[in-house]
Every structure is written in C-alpha cells, then in structure tokens.
Design a protein around this ligand. Structure first.
Ligand code: NAD
Length: 305
C-alpha cells in the first residue's frame, strides 16, 4: 500500500512555525499582519473556503477582513474596492476570490493589485518573479505541494515530474516550482497526445485537472509519488457509480452522505504507487496554510523585519 502524505499534519506544522514569527511582529510593537479577502457574490463553495481562511486567521491572531460585494458589482466597483485596500497600510495581503461573476473583468482586477500585496502570487509581476526564481509570494496550492514533498523527504531533484493541468493558479506555477527544485518537468493538458504514456514516465505525478478519478492505474508507474490536487464533488449516484462502479462500500457511503469528494486520481487504483495524497486531507489543507505564510511574510516585509 502506498504511504499516505498527510496534508493536515504538514499544515499544522506550518502554522506552528508561524507562531514565533507572529510573536516577533507583536514584540516589535508592530500591528498584526492583515489579510483582506474580497468575495464577490455568494458562491457556496467559495464561501466555505473563505470562512475557513478567516477562522484560521483569527486562531493565529492575524487581522482579517472579508468584503462581500454583490454578484451584480461592476468591474469599476471592484477596482475601487481593491484600490481602497491597496491604500490601507494595515492590510498586507489582498485576495480576490476567483471565479468572479460574469462580466467582471478578472484580468483588470488582477493587474490593479499592488504586487507587494498580491498574497496569491497571481499578478504577472509575481509570476515573473516565480519564473526568475526570485523571492515573491508564490501561488498557495503549488507552494503547499512543495512543502508536502519537502517535509516527507521527497526530493524532486533529478526526478521526472509530470504535471497534468496548465492553469495559471495550479498547473503552471506547479511546473515552475518543480523545475526550480531540479526536476525534469513535463506539463500535460487537454491536448496532450499519449497522456497515459507521458504520465507513466513520472517519478512524481501531479494531477490538477478537475475530473474525478481521471488518473487510472495505467497512468502511474510502480513506485511513483502521486500528488492529487483535484477536489471534485460527486453529487449524483450516476457520478458516484462512474468512479466507484462495483464498489458496494463506496456506493453505500454515497447513499448515506448524499455526495462524495474525490480527487483527480482514482482512489482505488493506485496501490502500486509509493506515496499518494488523500482527498480530502492531502493538498487541500496546505492551501490555507500557505496563504497565511504568505501574509506573514508580506507583513514582515512591510514592517521592515
Ligand atoms: P482548471 O479548470 O483551470 O484547469 C484544468 C486543467 O486540466 C487545464 O489546464 C486542462 O488543460 C487540464 N485538463 C482538462 N481536461 C483534461 C484532460 N482530459 N486531459 C488532460 N488534461 C486535462 O482547474 P484548476 O483551477 O487548475 O484546478 C484543478 C483541480 O484542482 C480542480 O479539481 C480544483 O478544484 C482543484 N484545486 C484544488 C485546490 C486545493 O486547494 N487543493 C486549489 C485549486 C484547485
């Protein structure tokens, strides 16, 4: 059986390590780090995620503020909110939760963020810093994956890493971080030919696709490490049966709960892998931890510590 890479344990360690840094900020007489989250419209999944972010901030003594403009907001109105936050010295990080409701121009909003407060690392300036391997806020989910690998003593150096997915928030920054860690990196996507064969080359396979159970047995080389970034809710019995056909136990679990969360890797077909991240409980918990780590780092920078 593969080793399970426990994201919650790594998250807890990251948060524990932030505490002395927060103490130092407090002792220096400085204000606490400040994070502003802008959630446009009431998307239930985003709301849960944002609530968790705010709660974790409170537990650590990070000031956080949630702004919830309505889904009918215009691009100009969101730009004005971001400009207001950008001007406030007690706000170190600004996060505009995506996806933004149509027709808000997400690109203009992103470009209006001051790169020094771009806690998600999505501004093109910070993307450039990532490519150049200069210090700057890094995209939280891929940065969390790197922490998970490092703290489980999985060193990408010299390994063949394959990333499935080329999104700006996961796939691309993930590939770049693995490259900086000296892996030989292949990025696969929806137009890749021979996807299965490409993936089977991987010593480290990262799946960030958004398709439940997509990575099947034949995608994975024996002894590979599989990092599953996907979070997919199976909300109908048909969807559950498509992933768990013939598995009475899992289907009974669906019947009891009414839905199941699965990753992009098939949860029952990776027994030949050396290590896998569970879903839930693998990569997911690290995203918030890295967001807070980025907020603390920006505060240290802004306070000159
Ligand atoms: P996205 O939709 O922006 O990108 C998906 C990528 O997968 C695309 O680049 C596309 O080319 C690729 N893809 C789609 N179908 C494919 C196919 N058939 N074959 C090969 N490649 C294919 O998604 P995203 O924002 O990058 O998120 C990916 C997954 O990760 C989602 O399930 C999302 O919920 C999850 N996610 C998790 C976290 C976390 O904290 N764990 C954070 C962000 C995203």
């Amino acid at each position: 059986m593969p080793k399970l890479l426990d994201g919650k344990a790594v998250r807890d360690r990251i948060l524990t390590e932030l505490r002395p840094r927060l103490d130092r900020i407090r002792e220096s007489g400085g204000r606490p780090p400040g994070l502003a989250v802008v959630l446009v419209g009431a998307d239930p999944a985003s709301e849960i995620y944002v609530r968790n972010k705010v709660k974790t901030c409170q537990e650590l003594g990070i000031f956080s503020e949630k702004l919830t403009p309505p889904a009918t907001s215009t691009t100009e109105e969101i730009l004005a909110i971001v400009a207001g936050l950008a001007a406030r010295p007690e706000i170190d990080g600004i996060l505009v939760q995506s996806p933004l409701p149509h027709p808000i121009d997400e690109r203009r909003i992103l470009l209006s963020l001051p790169p020094g407060k771009d806690v998600d690392g999505f501004h093109p300036y910070n993307v450039g810093q990532l490519v150049a391997n200069n210090p700057a806020p890094r995209a939280c989910t891929p940065a969390g994956v790197m922490e998970l690998l490092r703290r489980n003593e999985i060193n990408p150096s010299g390994k063949k890493a394959v990333v499935i997915g080329r999104s700006d928030i996961v796939g691309k920054p993930m590939a770049m971080l693995l490259l900086h860690a000296h892996a030989t990196v292949t990025i696969c996507h929806s137009r890749t030919s021979n996807l299965e064969a490409e993936c089977r080359q991987a010593d480290i396979l990262v799946a960030a696709i958004g398709r439940p159970g997509f990575v099947r047995r034949n995608f994975v080389k024996p002894g590979a490490v599989v990092v599953d970034v996907g979070i997919n809710r199976l909300a109908t019995r048909e969807a559950a049966a498509a992933v768990f056909a013939g598995n009475a136990e899992k289907l009974a679990e669906f019947d009891k709960k009414g839905s199941l969360i699965v990753g992009d890797a098939h949860p029952l077909e990776l027994e030949h892998a050396a290590a896998v991240t569970p879903v839930p409980g693998g990569v997911g918990p690290l995203t918030i931890a890295m967001l807070l780590a980025n907020t603390v780092a920006l505060a240290e920078q802004h306070l000159g510590l």
